[in-house]
Design a protein. Structure first.
Length: 302
């Protein structure tokens, strides 16, 4: 990678968020799922002018409405944009196919994958927080798309708590482990995974969900970042916070923020490619990137 290639001005990208709260089956779950979807809706709508938020809940969370929503996004989104889809509720798996339980006909993982395939955004994230969600990963995974699931397989069929902690991660600045004022998909996953494990430990109960992710588009879901797994999620900012969020809402600073985030992404990429680079080239590229990052941060801080 040439040093100067790090500093190409990125296009200012938008993020399209789709949250779907499915059937609860009983009043407690209905209220819980709708509340989490509403919470996410408010949080995401406040995150920046480039955020486009679609939330389907209750009687609106039908396959017809989901098809309409995704068709709208497919027409509006550009290749440089991001797509984030979050499923909250119950899922089922019959050993062959995963389905997300919604009013009317359920939506299968295969159908959801086809809807996302039609969206031109090259970077996509699907967060399936439902029971049996591990059964959806094989159908959803694709290069350029990260998939997070609340369960390691389709056979973990009990109601999950992972969704609660995924939403909590986006509210909690402590989830931002590298303190770059953006919560990445990996940081949110690790936070929610840790909190989910603590939930079962505190109740002295055997855990019935084991969150996993897949972000290479060609592997088995895993629980830890290693051997290339986790790089995409680490570079996928789900939500800006603090000064970055304020900059995203400031027309005078949006372009600077986009450049800063691009440099941060390139630095992360450099670190993953370090082993394959001559040491001097790596050090030269890293030093140049860090200097440019510091310059951009100074501009943003003015």
């Amino acid at each position: 990678m040439g040093v100067m290639a790090l500093f190409a001005a990125p296009a200012r990208a938008a993020t399209y968020y789709v949250t779907v709260a499915g059937l609860g089956g009983e009043p407690d779950y209905e209220q819980r799922f709708s509340s989490m979807a509403s919470d996410l809706d408010k949080l995401l709508k406040a995150s920046g002018a480039e955020s486009h938020v679609f939330t389907l809940s209750g009687s609106n969370a039908t396959l017809a409405h989901l098809n309409e929503t995704m068709a709208t996004i497919a027409k509006q989104a550009k290749p440089e944009d991001d797509l984030v889809v979050v499923l909250i509720g119950h899922g089922s798996y019959d050993g062959v196919e995963y389905k997300f339980n919604i009013p009317g006909p359920d939506v299968s993982a295969t159908q959801l994958a086809a809807l996302c395939d039609a969206v031109p955004a090259k970077r996509q994230l699907i967060v399936n927080t439902t029971s049996a969600s591990g059964g959806s990963v094989a159908a959803l995974e694709k290069p350029g798309r990260g998939v997070v699931a609340a369960t390691k397989s389709g056979t973990e069929k009990n109601a999950t708590v992972f969704a609660r902690y995924w939403v909590e991660a986006l509210h909690d600045p402590e989830a931002d482990l590298d303190k770059n004022e953006a919560i990445s998909a990996m940081e949110a996953f690790q936070y929610a995974d840790r909190k989910t494990a603590s939930f079962y430990e505190s109740l002295k109960r055997l855990a019935t969900e084991h969150p996993v992710f897949e972000d290479t588009g060609k592997g088995e879901p895993t629980r830890t970042a290693a051997n290339g797994e986790g790089s995409f999620l680490s570079n996928f900012a789900v939500l800006r916070i603090g000064n970055n969020q304020r900059a995203a809402n400031d027309p005078a600073k949006r372009d600077l923020l986009a450049k800063k985030e691009e440099i941060e992404s390139q630095i992360d990429k450099l670190k993953y490619e370090k082993a394959a680079m001559p040491p001097q080239e790596y050090q030269r590229a890293l030093t140049a990137a860090l200097l440019e990052l510091a310059r951009l941060q100074q501009e943003l801080d003015k």
